[in-house]
Design a protein around this ligand. Sequence first.
Ligand code: FAD
Length: 410
Amino acid sequence: MKKVVIIGGGVVGLCSAYYLAKEGHKVTVIDHSDMNDGCSYGNAGMIVPSHVIPLAQPGMISQGIKWMFNSKSPFYVRPRLNRELLSWGRQFYKHSTKKHVEKSMPALRDLSLLSKELYQDLSQSANFQYEEKGLLMLYRSDYVGAEEIHAGREAQKLGLEVEFLEKAEVANLEGALPIDVAGAVHYKSDAHLSPSLLMQFLKDECEKMKVNLLKKASISSVDIQGGNISSVEVKNINILGDEFVICAGAWSPEVAKKFGVKLQVLPGKGYSFDLQNEGAKPSIPSILCEGKVAVTPMGNTVRFGGTMEITHTGDHAINPNRVQGIVDTVNAFYPEFKMQSPPTDEVWHGFRPCTPTGLPYISRSSNFSNLIVATGHAMMGLSLGPATGKLVEELVSGSTTSVSIDQFSF
Ligand SMILES: Cc1cc2nc3c(=O)[nH]c(=O)nc-3n(C[C@H](O)[C@H](O)[C@H](O)COP(=O)(O)OP(=O)(O)OC[C@H]3O[C@@H](n4cnc5c(N)ncnc54)[C@H](O)[C@@H]3O)c2cc1C
């Protein structure tokens, strides 16, 4: 059994700790926060095997440029003369090809389906409001509808169960709640859960298995002996390890730098807020495609999430125009909501860890044989957390991985 040190205790770090501890490894998680409110807590809670097309795809750059000029749009790149941003942009451009998409889709599908299976297992032992109701991609215009139907057909070719719904069929599904749409693509494969309940479950399980959770802690230095990492220093204490895992989300590049490793990950800031009112609410999670807004029923509330601002981790500002953009989209799709923009102090924000390939990094580092990187899941980190954790455990244990990780190197 090995001593494993994990840096970052979001969903990826905790899932890794969970599967490692289950196999008997001795695990320490180091996290610089109090592990209560990061990206893994306020997200939209969707488990998305439907998302087989990576972010880097043809048409994304031209669409992104159009959105840059609209202050309420769901996408923005904070312009900076910064080497990391320029190099990330170059790589994103290079990967926005049909060939890259075709190669990535089966790999993403396999990773997602593994994760869903693991969620089905985990949900047997705890209630984190896991439900399998699928995901509706709702659209209002024919143009966006055509894009969504095309994506749905591609997913069908990969074996996912997909239905194409007319306006009246969407209305039937959501009964009491009027929805103003032209149609929807229903991915039956998808599921949803409450992220905060899931994270509490993972922390509780890790503590039961004696995982050492070091909160408000970060590493000040790394000790290398004979070409391998031997320990990291935290609060003047040396923590020895046989294996080290970086899963610090959007902060992974700065953590990796301490190990002398270069990682291309940029933060994609997104917002969410919850609606508590008493009226009719959607019962099936959906994405309002024209505005890229995620809508998830969570217990008695509904969570709305959106925007992707490529920025830096020091940027905690809530942009009221973009929040208004989310609200406008919601009101267009659900005319009876007549929602007002929430006060900015009620808007949560989180940083999605985005790679320029649109694929996560789940791989051993070429710099050190005992360093693993597991990050860069962008808008799918919650969905892919368990599969990533399981793969990290398999890499540490030296067993054959459950799915191929060839495309997840960095
Ligand atoms: C609005 C929004 C909606 C989303 N909806 C969904 C969804 O429906 N489905 C889905 O799958 N995904 C969704 N996501 C994406 C998902 O939330 C992220 O991909 C996921 O949370 C990333 O998890 P992580 O563990 O990699 O990173 P994080 O959750 O960011 O965890 C990283 C951890 O590392 C710690 N850390 C940072 N720096 C250091 C350091 N120097 N030393 C020690 N620790 C450090 C941080 O404190 C943090 O706890 C959404 C994101 C947003 C913003």
